[in-house]
Design a binder for this molecule. Structure first.
Ligand code: ADP
Ligand code: MG
Length: 662
């Protein structure tokens, strides 16, 4: 056993070169020194607890584990005190003077040429030295639990140190930082508390705070609402919660606790829909809670936060190497002590173990969701509209997740029932009494569909009709209902890429928006002679084109069973998807024909008296007005009119009404 001797030394080779680099690269956030020093205090206490459990030491009954942070805004100092294991002189030499510096050396060698993006996200055995990012002088006063003299250590700029016997009488360690001018802010009470809350909210030991320059507290008053009771001395409260909810067993947590934890951590007062509590020890340690929020915005605006912890020490938000991307839309906490955090992000990306953790999280989420669908179908359906964007996003991002979820994807039909695609297709076939099919390669606009190989082109596809906007497409929805046909709602932005994926994975299925084309079901057989029918269709088509002054417009005259419908617009699925894509790429305003997609088709119902009138009164000016009005009305129930079109439509409508007054 060595006695404490006054000792001076230079902190190992090359330290003059090390510090500028550490300061620059070690942690991009200087405030992280709070995390490092407080977590060292917690570690020292954990070690002491272990010794007690092992029977190596016995502690007084009134022993209370705690880390205390004291700030002095006047002196510009921060002191962090723990009652943990402490250090002997030998240990200070080993852990502070040597170990850290061999770590520093390795660090410098590994990272001196790396770019900023390659930031280090965790410890590097250099935690203690992060103090020098904010302080020009640091002192350590420590007394080991072993019966050895206290040690005082101090260093300026982390380059040279002095150590000797100290005056500390209690077991534990006290570290004092004399702040640099550009870091004075950290001795401000509110700033300090803010940083401690960010990194230390769930550290496993109670953390107490003291501002030594604050005016002495007034004598404690009786708490409000406790009139009559004796004034009790108010016990100071720790800043952190040493037993966060995720560390408990799911069976021991109540619904209210989960909700409160959500509010406390995310300051979000909207209730989460439900949550998944991850809790495992094998094959690695992983605990956490993932919350599914209620959404009312489009998915682009969704922003989640997944907070990553290692042994209750906050690491960072949204580390995409560990957390599957689609889960970043959720809110939650993950604690994984086994993570190799002392490496750079790029190394994390290529780490097989990290990938396993990420896969495991994905699997657990899929298990929970599929389990819910199987066991609590009603609940699942209730949440479906809110959670399906996440799930679909997950399916697009992660094939394994998609595979696990594929039998639990629901589709809401026109009746508002939630069905799997398989059930939906079965029911639709039964209702139609026959298979609704379109041959591949013969889409409505004549372009050829997916079939890259000849075989596929022979196959028949099952068409699934869908609605993207209930109000806008109501005319079509009504026609479908009247004809006894069904469709599903796919109203979210994510649905377009998602159905493309479904079509890609399942070549027998073809999705078609409800206004893409008129199926045979809606049409009546033409009884006129071929010649008469041609005359009618040609005449009407001509008149419409002239009246609208749109030579290129595609017009189709059909006999529709539904007599209430005079005119409607169809837009083939492929053209529409093309248009949507252009919109997405912000190319709108360019001529769509450039991209091969055709425009809208105007369908006129030859069974409707207005269309009959047009045919029978070729010369009449009214026929021309009717043509214009029929087109606008059809357009209106397809998409919003442009402002000048709307103005014309309103003027014309008024003129038509005037006729009623004559
Ligand atoms: P790490 O915590 O990753 O080991 P640090 O640089 O933070 O690296 O600390 C180096 C070593 O110094 C610790 O492993 C520990 O042995 C010792 N140490 C640091 N702070 C304390 C403390 N408050 N009490 C006891 N030992 C400490
Ligand atoms: Mg440390």
């Amino acid at each position: 056993m060595s006695n404490v001797v006054n000792e001076q030394g230079s902190l190992s080779i090359n330290s003059e070169n090390i510090f500028p680099i550490i300061k620059k690269w070690l942690y991009s956030d200087h405030d992280i020194f709070f995390r490092e020093l407080i977590s060292n205090g917690c570690d020292a206490i954990t070690k002491m607890k272990k010794l007690e459990v092992m029977g190596e030491v016995s502690l007084p009954d009134d022993n209370e584990w705690k880390v205390t942070v004291k700030v002095s805004p006047e002196e510009k100092t921060i002191t962090i005190i723990d009652n943990g294991i402490g250090m002997t002189a030998e240990e200070v030499k080993q852990y502070i003077n040597q170990i850290a510096f061999s770590g520093a050396q390795a660090f410098v060698e590994q990272y001196k040429d790396k770019t900023n993006e390659d930031c280090i996200i965790g410890h590097f055995g250099l935690g203690f030295y992060s103090a020098f990012m904010v302080a020009h002088k640091v002192t350590i006063d420590t007394k080991s639990y072993k019966d050895e003299p206290a040690v005082h250590w101090e260093s300026e700029e982390g380059v040279e140190f002095e150590m000797g016997e100290g005056t500390r009488t209690e077991r534990g360690t006290e570290i004092t930082l004399y702040l640099n001018e550009d870091s004075y802010e950290f001795s401000n009470e509110y700033r300090a508390k803010e940083v401690i809350e960010k990194y230390c909210s769930f550290m496993p030991t109670p953390i107490f705070f003291e501002n030594v320059d604050a005016p002495a507290k007034e004598a404690p008053k009786a708490e409000e609402g406790k009139d009559g009771e004796e004034a009790e001395e108010k016990k100071p409260q720790p800043l952190n919660d040493p037993n966060p909810l995720w560390t408990k067993h799911p069976n021991e947590c109540t619904e209210e606790e989960y909700k409160k934890f959500f509010r406390d951590v995310f300051h979000d007062y909207k209730e989460p829909l439900f949550w998944i509590h991850l809790n495992m020890d094998y094959p690695f340690n992983l605990k956490g809670i993932l919350y599914f929020p209620k959404i009312n915005t489009e998915y682009e605006n969704l922003e989640g936060t997944i907070k990553l912890y290692s042994n209750q020490v906050f690491i960072a938000d949204n580390i995409k190497e560990v957390i599957p991307e689609f889960l970043l839309l959720l809110k939650g906490v993950i604690d994984c002590p086994d993570l190799p955090l002392n490496v750079s992000r790029s190394a994390l990306q290529n780490d097989g173990f990290v990938k396993k953790i990420s896969d495991y999280i994905t699997k657990k989420v899929a298990d929970k969701l599929s389990g819910m669908c199987k066991v609590e179908r009603e609940e699942y359906e209730k949440y479906w509209d809110d959670i399906s964007p996440f799930i679909k996003f997950g399916c697009l991002k992660d094939d394994k997740f998609c595979e696990k979820m594929k039998d639990y994807m629901l589709f809401k039909n026109l009746e508002g029932k939630y069905l799997t695609l398989e059930d939906y297709v079965k029911a639709a076939k039964e209702a139609a009494g026959e298979t609704e099919e379109i041959p591949v390669g013969e889409n409505a606009d004549g372009t050829s569909a997916t079939g890259e190989n000849g075989e596929e082109a022979e196959e028949k596809k099952q068409v699934v009709y869908y609605v993207t906007d209930e109000r806008q497409q109501s005319q079509y929805i009504n026609m479908f209902k009247e004809a006894g046909l069904d469709a599903i709602f796919l109203t979210h932005n994510i649905d377009q890429p998602y159905i493309s994926k479904l079509e890609y994975d399942n070549k027998e299925i073809r999705f078609q928006r409800i206004d893409a084309d008129l199926t045979e079901t809606f049409k009546e057989e033409v009884t006129e002679s071929e010649e008469d029918w041609k005359k009618l269709t040609d005449t009407v088509t001509d008149m419409v084109k002239k009246a609208l002054n749109k030579e290129k417009l595609t017009v189709k005259v059909e006999k529709l069973k539904n007599e209430k419908v005079a005119s409607m617009i169809t837009l083939s699925e492929d053209s529409r998807r093309m248009q949507d894509m252009m919109k997405m790429y912000n190319m709108y305003g360019m001529d769509p024909s450039m991209f091969g997609g055709e425009g809208e088709t105007l369908v006129l119902n030859a069974n409707h008296p207005l269309v009959k009138f047009v045919f029978e009164h070729k010369k009449s000016k009214n026929a021309s007005v009717i043509c214009e009005q029929l087109y606008d009305l059809a357009m209106l129930s397809h998409k919003p009119l442009a402002p000048e079109e709307m103005t014309k439509f309103i003027e014309r409508s008024n003129e038509i009404m005037l006729l009623l007054t004559k």
